[in-house]
Design a protein around this ligand. Structure first.
Ligand code: NAP
Length: 253
């Protein structure tokens, strides 16, 4: 997808999975990319892949759960590339697997810190920079579990539902100022996030989860990145405040 020449995109969690494919997608469209992640090796690898795709990228080690680090990443991106047009709040963690009545309080705050507060910080510091750059778009990565429930992941489900609401609030606030804000709700996607949860190809869990999608498979990071990049393009000029699924028919059932 073309059309991002001279524009700048900041992607949190850009060192792996969906974030990495999104970074490459923006670069193919001509944007410069600020890759934010706690994983320095992964971030460096994404920078290399972006450069191989003909783009320019800067890695900034950023823990999205820390407001000052997100603010510093935005500042570094603007200093490096001169502006900021797009923020993709993608960094997220699954958290522990436990029922609500047994979930650790510490684990609750950890998941909220990354999945919800991290998205807020990305908007809190990204929006002023986008406004100063003449407008753009924000995409917040939620989940199908931001639309429906799932057992034994209360913090994840709650944080992803909250992201959907935050997206709608900001979409209304900034519609007249040239910033479109949408959330993306992927089904289960083949990324290291699932590997960390023990859901690997060939396992019973993997087959069970695949069967929950009408397409009877998991998605790829590329299939999510396609939607994210499109939402930031002029082709999506009338799309704001939407909670869009890319879920292989999980939530339509
Ligand atoms: P991933 O492959 O694990 O990539 C996430 C990246 O974010 C990793 O590099 C991770 O680093 C990093 N990260 C974790 N905590 C961070 C923090 N505090 N600050 C900055 N970076 C941090 O995951 P993914 O599957 O691409 O997931 C991306 C987003 O999609 C997440 O928000 C996730 O909830 C959402 N999502 C995923 C799926 C799925 O099935 N994969 C489905 C629906 C929604 P470490 O590896 O070092 O932790």
């Amino acid at each position: 997808m073309a059309g991002f020449k001279g524009m700048v995109a900041l992607i949190t969690g850009g060192g792996s999975g969906i974030g990495r494919e999104t970074a490459i997608g923006f670069a193919r469209g001509g944007a410069s990319v600020v890759v934010c992640d706690v994983d320095e090796a992964g971030g460096a690898q994404t920078v290399t892949l972006v450069e191989e795709a003909g783009g320019a990228a800067l890695f900034v080690r950023t823990d999205v759960g820390e407001a000052d680090q997100v603010e510093a990443a935005v500042t570094a991106g603007v200093q490096a590339f001169g502006s900021l047009n797009f923020v993709v709040n993608n960094a997220g963690i699954g958290g522990e697997s436990a029922l609500t009545g047994a979930y650790s309080v510490e684990g609750w705050h950890t998941v909220m810190g990354v999945n919800l507060h991290g998205v807020f910080y990305g908007m809190r510091y990204g929006i002023p920079a986008i406004l100063a750059s003449g407008g753009g778009a924000i995409v917040n990565i939620s989940s199908i579990l931001g639309l429906v429930g799932w057992a034994a992941a209360p913090a994840y489900v709650a944080s992803k539902h909250a992201v959907a609401g935050l997206t709608k609030a900001a979409a209304i606030e900034y519609a007249q100022q040239g910033i479109r804000v949408n959330s993306v709700h992927p089904g289960f996607i083949d990324t290291p996030l699932l590997e960390k949860a023990g859901i690997t190809p060939g396992s019973d869990g993997y087959a069970f989860i695949a069967g929950k999608h009408a397409l009877n498979r998991l998605g790829t990071p590329q299939e999510v990145a396609n939607l994210v990049v499109w939402l930031c393009s002029d082709e999506a000029s009338f799309v704001t405040g939407s909670n869009m699924t890319v879920d292989g028919g999980y939530t339509c059932q």
